[in-house]
Design a protein around this ligand. Structure first.
Ligand code: FAD
Ligand code: FO1
Length: 462
């Protein structure tokens, strides 16, 4: 029985191992049938034990402020994954409610010999795992299918800069950047598959804010992810060096798929190599996709208060505290931020793009969050506003990249100190003069806040 998966990707938790029960794979981060180490592990063990395997998805009627926009993307993508799993003879069991309770019920009903589940450093997910490991009679195994290098191996502590984390990641790539086995049909079938809901009744149980509509410009699911990747490789990757210009559409638009795990970052890097794509743009993209993205999981894994000011580094906390009393010329309410009604058309445009499309270009995300620090009475409220708006409107919200990106902007996480100034202290400052050196701000404002007076005398050229 050759091992399909490197055992170092698997973290087992105590439990007996009755050998005759089925194997369950509780999918709650990596929603895909292809290139999914958790699924590969579950099927491999079911093959070894000669028992059936099933995938479980538990719908949480409300999740960290998610709206209909994110649930719609998730559920439409999951329907496609259910079809791919069915082809491999692996049922997808849909449940709804508190995952801790639903998983315990499933374990009582089916006495599995093993439960495999996704690694996820978010607090709510650590709680789900804790309850599962306490209640399941069988062994529970956690598999990191989100990162190329399992987060618990990449570094045993919080890394303070990408500079210190990068060599650790590159040192492990030789072992972990390996090809995935194909998902072959599973030969041991369920006599009676576990009871579950269908997608229609699942949707009926959602209790989410429907004021934030689904996006229409992106096709959810594994195939939509592959099509988006193809578009990126063919038409944008070569110009990725211009990604700081929000007027240019040269980024991958993969973050919603990566957030919901509808595509594997490891598979993307393997595909880049397979196609012999090289050069500075490719290196820059891999730096973001692998080093920056896995650094975010490192941040959340080792910083339980990743969404609090207390999670900032000491230097950042003290510099922000030292400037707490500085005059704040602009202060805005939650509603003014939400509606993009500040004095700054560039900020309003970025907020408008986020609300309308569920996405904001990376460069503007930094500017957007830093201005929230500047226009709120303290960093704690700035964090709350930024996280709330990001999680409410962004398709890729509730993601470690988001908590790390907002903490970078407001609390200097993974950054160093800069010249001291009011309100920011030595936290890196950004302003429109800097933006105008990088791109045509007027053009961006015209695109995203139609009818908004332009910022400066309108030069036709940047
Ligand atoms: P590309 O440039 O094509 O990058 C490809 C992938 O690499 C991204 O999908 C992402 O997974 C990863 N990546 C790129 N930049 C970063 C980065 N700086 N940190 C970590 N991973 C990165 N990313 C999210 O996935 N969800 C969020 O909620 C989120 N919120 C952010 C908030 C702020 C204030 C900041 C500064 C950054 C935030 N980011 C977030 C990181 C980054 O801006 C987005 O990942 C990126 O813009 C997504 O667009 P893309 O897929 O086209 O990016
Ligand atoms: N994971 C689940 O297991 N069940 C859900 O109902 C669920 C809803 C959901 C809604 C929006 C969103 O952004 C994420 C959601 N997730 C859900 C979790 C998600 O897939 C990710 O695991 C984390 O948000 C990222 O770590």
């Amino acid at each position: 029985m050759d091992n399909f998966i490197n055992p170092r990707r698997v973290r087992p938790y105590k439990g007996a191992r009755p050998d005759d029960g089925p194997v369950l794979y509780w999918m709650h981060r990596d929603f895909r049938a292809r290139n999914n180490w958790g699924l590969i592990r579950a099927r491999q063990e079911a093959l070894r034990l000669r028992v059936p395997v099933a995938v479980v998805f538990c719908l949480v009627p409300e999740f960290l402020g998610a709206t209909f926009r994110q649930y719609d993307f998730l559920l439409r993508g999951l329907e496609e994954t259910a079809d791919l799993l069915e082809i491999a003879g692996i049922p997808l069991i849909l449940r709804c409610g508190a995952p801790e309770i639903e998983m315990r019920r499933l374990c009582e009903e089916h006495k599995p010999s093993l439960v495999v589940t996704d690694f996820d450093p978010l607090r709510i997910k650590r709680q789900w795992l804790r309850v599962l490991t306490e209640s399941a009679a069988c062994v529970v195994e956690e598999v990191d299918s989100r990162n190329i290098v399992p987060a618990w191996l990449a570094s045993e502590h919080r890394e303070f800069m990408a500079r210190t984390f990068r060599p650790k990641i590159h040192r492990h790539l030789g072992e972990f950047l390996e090809p995935f086995p194909e998902l072959a049909p599973h030969p041991f079938t369920w006599i009676v598959p576990p009871a579950g809901l269908d997608f229609l009744s699942l949707r009926a149980r959602l209790k989410v804010d429907t004021d934030v509509p689904p996006v229409v410009w992106l096709q959810p699911g594994e195939n939509g992810a592959l099509a988006t990747l193809e578009t990126f490789f063919t038409h944008r990757l070569a110009d990725y060096g211009q990604r700081n210009d929000p007027n240019k559409n040269v980024c991958s638009d993969l973050s919603p798929y990566l957030h919901f795990g509808m595509i594997s970052a490891q598979a993307i890097v393997l595909e880049l190599r397979q196609r012999g794509l090289e050069g500075e743009a490719v290196d820059d993209f891999v730096e973001e996709l692998v080093v920056r993205r896995e650094l975010s999981d490192n941040f959340c894994l080792h910083t339980p208060d990743y969404d609090q000011v207390s999670g900032f580094s000491p230097w950042a906390r003290s510099t922000l505290a030292a400037h707490q009393g500085d005059p704040r010329p602009y202060l805005y309410s939650d509603e003014a931020f939400d509606r993009g009604q500040t004095h700054d058309p560039l900020w309003n445009g970025a907020q408008n793009q986020l609300v309308r499309t569920g996405k904001m270009p990376g460069y503007l995300r930094m500017y957007w969050a830093k201005k929230i620090l500047e226009w709120t009475e303290n960093p704690a409220r700035a964090l709350r506003v930024a996280i709330h708006l990001n999680d409410r409107y962004a398709l890729d919200g509730r993601e470690t990249n988001g908590y790390a990106g907002i903490a970078w902007s407001i609390g200097g996480v993974h950054d160093r100190g800069w010249a001291e100034r009011p309100i920011f202290g030595t936290i890196r400052y950004m302003n429109q003069a800097g933006a105008r050196r990088k791109f045509d701000v007027n053009r961006y404002v015209r695109t995203w806040t139609p009818g908004q007076p332009s910022l400066f005398p309108v030069p036709d050229h940047p």
